[in-house]
Write a protein that binds this ligand. Structure first.
Ligand code: MN
Length: 244
């Protein structure tokens, strides 16, 4: 059978084509897979599950139904938070039938111990980003933000996106990529021979050696410009797709 991975979909109403492509993809795997993993940044930003109660939030209903159809078909969906949708919570999980994973998860992928991450924690050369991340992922800060009105949260998310765009323009490609020492550290700590993550939008399969053992880091591309997904088949192996 087959396990599917997607990440960095960055869904938002202004990108209807990528939403339609997701519907087609979900229909394709419906009832036909061992599992679907969404490794973060499903949404361009998510301001809290109570957004679903707003008139604009109603637009998410078809997506929730499509995910629900997949989980109801017997294909478990696992969701990992990205840096854009870390406010996604249990209500979304219940309505879609998906399970929210912690920020690191080891799975046995047809006999290969595999570590799953969104990927942003590996970008340790970007000190400013890691500092900001520590604030945003603090449960106290999250609880505080969720007391704001939804328009306030949306405004803040948009401001943060602008700040991030502005700062990434001045950072080198190397700083924004993963740090190889951090990659090796998490793989050693988790005792895995394979790592799968997204976030950097640099799809690739990196083969290297760790303490004399052949290991592999698979990076998913994004969905909205690259249409990337990863398919791991029990018999035919790994397919990383980066074009439609
Ligand atoms: Mn990300």
């Amino acid at each position: 059978m087959t396990t599917w991975f997607i990440s960095d979909l960055h869904l938002e109403p202004s990108r209807p084509a990528s939403i339609q492509q997701l519907f087609a993809f979900l229909q394709h795997i419906n009832g036909e897979a061992d599992a679907l993993y969404i490794l973060g940044d499903l949404f361009e930003f998510w301001v809290g599950d109570d957004y679903l109660d707003t008139p604009e939030g109603q637009a998410i209903a078809p997506l929730i139904q499509a995910l629900r159809a997949v989980s109801d078909s017997g294909v478990p969906i696992y969701f990992m938070h990205g840096n854009r949708d870390f406010l996604l919570g249990e209500r979304f999980a219940t309505e879609t039938g998906c399970t929210i994973l912690p920020e690191q998860q080891v799975v046995d992928l047809y006999g290969t111990p595999t570590l799953l991450l969104h990927g942003d924690t590996l970008c340790t050369d970007d000190a400013d980003y890691q500092k900001a991340r520590a604030v945003f992922r603090n449960p106290k800060w999250i609880a505080q933000v969720l007391t704001w009105t939804i328009p306030q949260r949306i405004q803040r998310a948009q401001e943060m996106r602008e700040v991030s765009k502005e700062s990434t323009q001045h950072k080198s490609e190397e700083i924004m990529d993963v740090n190889q020492q951090s990659v090796e550290q998490v793989m050693r700590d988790a005792k895995v021979t394979r790592l799968i993550h997204g976030h950097t939008h640099r799809p690739a399969i990196h083969d290297f050696q760790l303490e004399g053992v052949d290991v592999q880091r698979i990076v998913l591309g994004d969905w909205y410009t690259q249409g990337s997904y990863l398919r791991v088949d029990e018999t035919s192996g790994i397919t990383l797709l980066t074009e439609r």
